[in-house]
Design a protein around this ligand. Structure first.
Ligand code: AOS
Ligand code: ZN
Ligand code: ZN
Ligand code: ZN
Length: 407
């Protein structure tokens, strides 16, 4: 391993890069995990309860603290309201801090109330729109009270049949609702607007793509940005290019990482298409190199449902894949790449990327972890802690409070 680390150091030195810079980048990279990833979830066919799965926010935070303990890069947890609703936010904030965590993005729920059958912020009925807006405003208040500065907005709004509603009118209502929400945002809070091309609506979705989210964000103002969920595109979509465009427009708010084979499968990030993940980070690192301001304030978050696999381990595995993709992107020889690009050397340029992608970065990540006092193998560290067995004994098998989509 040590030998391999020296090899990476030497290769980087040849490229004119100090490995300490790369290590510093990896050390300051953090990823937010979602509270809902620790509770039971399932498909519409069945929820298989996991022994010891977290049942409420305190348990979800305790689990997230385990992920932070072994990875050292997951200090914040995203919340979903009302799944994570509590009476006393100061108490929960203090509990999170006691666990070494902070509360992160607040996700309003605009899809699980009976009133939302025909939509929330885009509904034809002003009363329903007002209800949805009021919910988001209360999420802003929660965020303020827990010192979180991100609201992640995802809408299930759409129509199932042509003619069901007027598409332009829905758009007007959406903008109007978002403007009311934006006006209530405190100064340093950001509104991240997520898009998804279908599901649960099957004919039209009101925020179907990055372009629509970007247009909305641009109309709202600088604190509105686009959230890219990697599972929310038609097959074949070039996500790295979307990332490049949003970075260039200064509107890349953050990510919901997960992987998929078919649709919004919410599987372990990087489990199916690690090369795509690497290409996404390649765009980000490229922007960092050019001191793109947006690249420094991206909210990296996970959005997954672990339906049959152990939830905490699945989270750790996802973190490892994301870190690996980022580390590889940091190894790209950017000088050689630019030379190849500017001389029209198509395969030369591709090979520069490939050389970074094929590098075994485990020795590099081991070095980073050892320096942070962590076990080089976070999964093994978690397994040997006995935490999973302990919570399986202590927590009764059953329903989580809130969850997606089954619980
Ligand atoms: C839904 O498909 C979106 O990915 C949401 O971001 C997310 O899954 C939801 O808000 C969490 O349950
Ligand atoms: Zn998402
Ligand atoms: Zn999704
Ligand atoms: Zn998803």
């Amino acid at each position: 391993m040590a030998e391999h680390f020296e090899q990476i150091r030497a290769t980087l030195a040849q490229q004119g890069t100090d490995i300490e810079q790369v290590i510093a980048h990896i050390q300051t990279f953090s990823i937010e995990t979602p509270s809902w990833g620790y509770g039971n979830s399932g498909t519409r066919f069945k929820v298989f309860p996991w022994p010891g799965a977290a049942r409420d926010l305190r348990e979800k935070l305790a689990d997230a603290a385990q992920v932070q303990r072994v990875t050292g890069c997951c200090p914040t947890v995203a919340l979903h309201i009302p799944w994570d609703q509590v009476d006393d936010w100061q108490e929960i904030k203090a509990y999170a801090e006691h666990l070494g965590l902070r509360l992160g993005a607040v996700n309003p729920n605009l899809f699980q109330d009976h009133a939302y059958r025909f939509g929330s912020l885009c509904h034809f009925d002003k009363g329903v729109r007002s209800q949805a807006i009021a919910h988001v405003l209360s999420c802003i208040e929660i965020a303020q009270s827990i010192d979180s500065n991100v609201i992640s907005l995802w809408l299930a709004d759409g129509t199932n049949y042509p003619g069901q509603d007027d598409l332009r009118h829905r758009r007007h209502r959406l903008l109007d609702s978002l403007q009311t929400i934006y006006a209530a945002l405190p100064d340093r809070m950001r509104l991240l607007i997520e898009y998804k091309f279908f599901e649960p609506a099957f004919y039209s979705t009101d925020l179907p793509d990055w372009g629509t989210s970007l247009l909305m964000a641009q109309k709202l103002g600088p604190n509105a940005e686009v959230l890219v969920d990697t599972g929310h595109h038609p097959q074949g979509t070039n996500i790295p290019q979307i990332v490049a465009q949003l970075l260039d427009e200064d509107r890349l708010g953050g990510f919901h990482f997960n992987d998929r084979k078919y649709a919004d499968d919410d599987l372990i990030a990087g489990s199916l298409n690690p090369f795509e993940l690497f290409c996404i980070f390649h765009e980000i690192v490229g922007a960092q190199h050019e001191s793109n301001a947006n690249a420094g304030r991206i909210a990296y978050m996970i959005d997954q449902s672990h339906n049959i696999e152990p939830k905490i381990e699945a989270m750790i595995q996802s973190i490892l894949h994301i870190q690996t993709a980022y580390a590889k992107a940091l190894l790209v020889d950017r000088v050689a790449l630019q030379q190849a690009q500017e001389s029209g050397d198509v395969l030369g340029a591709y090979r520069v990327l490939q050389a970074a992608y094929e590098t075994d970065v485990r020795p590099l990540l081991t070095e980073v972890r050892v320096r942070q006092g962590l076990d080089p193998d976070p999964i093994a560290a978690f397994r040997s802690s006995g935490y999973a067995e302990q919570v399986a004994r202590e927590r009764t098998l059953g329903e989580s409070v809130g969850g997606y989509p089954g619980a």
